[in-house]
Design a protein around this ligand. Structure first.
Ligand code: SF4
Length: 650
């Protein structure tokens, strides 16, 4: 650690109206909310408490938690929901604070293993480079040039390498294929070096996926990835439940078996292991058994719960044949004379796959749900925890003294009851809580337009009427709008109606990569973007390019989604009203995220519009209204026009 002098600097000296920020930044605006937020974080750190802190948009939350963490002199880990935020903190906020504060501190970025080149796999791959496409082989040259000089092994350094570049998986680090200290390249390994940097740093930036992976590895008694720390701050904490669900569950697919087969072949060839020819036959039988087994699940819809009537006798027969194939593979590896650690690891992977498949086929337990997801031309079978709260209460909370959960959207109807229930924070000593309202003046910056003449969203006329209203509203802002849909179907239908009618550039989600589309949206001021869930959060467009956010429906998750369905049943079985205690608060948080896209600075102005009449006609509508930003609400388009006529033009 390199910190000096941290005890002499107070929170007020940084965030106060005459503090460091005010004195060093031109046009700095004192934010009382940021000061209050930073004080609450400091108190939680000093007292070693848990804190749930909602900070409305514009609070300056990142600096608000980084500064108290740095001043504390303790080692802090900051975990974000998205890579974007993680990189923004590392490349923007940290250097800014290193410059601003009269304190020396170090920070490092840790990504999930799969972002790093595995030197051992890379070496093996170079001995036997096989590509499915010629373009893949051409791109591999870039990797080879980069690998000669990279200091971090982080794939983000390779300009122009698509996210979807398949061969990367074959050379990337992964928990399943890493033999850690037994690996001959362990000392030079990029993952080892990343961990060493993290061990020395004062602030370590990670993401929720890495955090959950680490938590599970620690629990299983293996070497942790993240070095020991005193404080964990979860930013974008509203995403924690879904990330924890992914990591605390299991998933098996044909692809996973294919990868195992490929790794065994490669390891055997590299080790000159005996019986390669016979084993190749066993592996090819295994692949066809796997194909046969998974093919039985390939049917619509895109995701469904695996129920007793799906698990026929024939399916069990197929499973037993596959499990036997995996077991004979294990015996074969056991019997090899030149059995390397890596082959031993493959044996363990084969055993795990058989066990996990059996868990999935044995169907729902009181705590888990089995379900199937179609992925391209294949399927993935899952067993996911219905509630992650009790697992977090056991695996996480007793082991860390200070945890901060923060986000702009954690509360519903002014309380954290829903968030605490979902994360098991109601099973432990009550955390401290704070809600900091947005720094923006919603009353003058935004208007919430709720037309009262729309049909119900399940009516056959809904999309056509929604399209008419969208056209009318965005004529007022001359384009510059996000139109956010709760389903692809509605998005495509509305787009088909409007694409030739709108006199603005129209962008449709999926028609090009997300970042390109966002760049185009920002550059082309009058453009209109049609999008679904992935644009509801993490999108930051400041200024006039975004003057209107229109949402088609209250964003209730589909009750037929397997996890959603199981959670609804579980909540009902506990005697709760699942609609009010689970589905409504979940939708409120999503809606707040969606509307949160509009006002990103003090000078932004614009329209929020919800086309779903249920917010006014159903009893639960008031719960949504109470959770909306404190802006003027109207059902009159004339009032919207008047609002836009006042103040700075949108
Ligand atoms: S230690 Fe693991 S990740 Fe690193 S080079 Fe070896 S196998 Fe790959």
């Amino acid at each position: 650690m390199h910190r000096v002098n941290n005890a002499t600097l107070s929170i007020e000296a940084v965030f106060g109206d005459r503090g460091l920020l005010a004195s060093r930044l031109d046009r700095y605006e004192f934010r009382p909310g940021q000061l209050e937020y930073a004080r609450a974080i400091q108190k939680a750190i000093d007292r070693e408490h848990f804190l749930i802190a909602e900070a409305g948009t514009g609070t300056g939350k990142t600096l608000g938690y980084l500064v108290p963490a740095i001043l504390s002199g303790k080692k802090a880990v900051v975990s974000t929901g998205t890579k974007n935020l993680q990189e923004q903190i590392f490349f923007k906020d940290i250097p800014f604070l290193q410059e601003l504060l009269p304190i020396s501190f170090s920070a490092t970025l840790m990504k999930g293993r799969s972002n790093y080149l595995c030197l051992r796999k890379y070496k093996l791959f170079q001995q036997q480079p096989l590509f499915d496409f010629i373009e893949d082989a051409q791109l591999f040259n870039k990797i080879e040039t980069w690998a000669l000089h990279t200091a971090t092994g982080d794939r983000a350094e390779i300009a122009g390498l698509p996210e979807t570049y398949q061969p990367w998986e074959r050379i990337a680090a992964s928990a399943e294929t890493c033999s850690a200290q037994q690996c001959p390249l362990y000392r030079d390994c990029f993952v080892t070096r990343m961990r060493m940097r993290a061990a020395k740093a004062d602030i370590v930036l990670i993401n929720h996926h890495l955090f959950m992976t680490d938590m599970i590895i620690r629990t299983a008694g293996y070497n942790e990835i993240i070095p020991p720390y005193d404080i964990i701050i979860f930013d974008e904490a509203h995403q924690l439940e879904s990330v924890a669900t992914q990591h605390l569950g299991i998933m098996v697919s044909h692809r996973r078996i294919e990868e195992l087969v490929r790794d065994i072949q490669r390891e055997m060839a590299a080790a000159h292991a005996d019986g390669l020819k016979d084993t190749t036959q066993v592996l090819s039988v295994l692949l066809s058994l796997s194909q046969q087994f998974f093919a039985a699940f390939y049917r619509p819809p895109e995701s469904y719960r695996i129920k007793a009537d799906h698990v026929s006798e024939k399916l069990w027969d197929n499973y037993h044949a596959l499990a036997e194939g995996l077991s004979s593979l294990c015996s074969r590896i056991d019997g090899m004379q030149k059995k390397t650690d890596e082959l031993e690891q493959c044996r363990y992977r084969a055993l795990t796959i058989a066990q996990e498949l059996s868990t999935i086929l044995n169907l729902d337990s009181a705590t888990h749900v089995s379900w199937c997801e179609l992925r391209g031309s294949g399927v993935a079978l899952h067993s996911s925890p219905i509630e992650v709260g009790s697992e977090l209460a056991e695996l996480l909370y007793p082991h860390i003294r200070t945890i901060v959960f923060t986000s702009a959207t954690l509360s519903t109807n002014g309380t954290f009851a829903y968030f605490k229930r979902r994360l098991g924070l109601d099973h432990i000593a009550p955390p401290d809580e704070i809600i900091i309202p947005s720094h923006f003046d919603f009353a003058s910056q935004a208007i919430l337009y709720l037309p009262d003449d729309m049909p119900n969203p399940d009516s056959a006329q809904f999309v056509a009427r929604a399209a008419e209203r969208i056209e009318q509203v965005i004529a007022l802002t001359r384009g510059r709008a996000f139109i956010l849909f709760t389903s692809y179907r509605n998005m495509h239908e509305a787009y088909a109606i409007l694409k030739d009618r709108l006199p603005y550039p129209v962008l449709l989600q999926g028609s090009k990569p997300r970042h390109e589309m966002l760049e185009e949206f920002k550059e082309n001021i009058s453009s209109v973007l049609f999008a679904t869930s992935s644009f509801w959060e993490g999108v930051d467009v400041m200024g006039e390019a975004l003057s209107c956010v229109i949402i088609d429906k209250l964003p209730f998750a589909s009750p037929s989604d397997p996890l959603q369905e199981a959670r609804i049943e579980h909540s009902a079985a506990r005697g709760e009203n699942p609609f009010l205690s689970y589905q409504v608060p979940q939708a409120i948080i999503t809606l707040r995220q969606g509307f949160g896209r509009l006002i990103r600075s003090r000078s932004d102005r614009g329209i929020l519009c919800l086309l779903d009449p249920r917010i006014n006609t159903r009893h639960y509508g008031t719960l949504f209204l109470k959770s909306m930003p404190p802006c003027q609400v109207t059902s009159s388009i004339t009032a919207v026009k008047e609002f836009l006529g006042h103040g700075a033009p949108v």
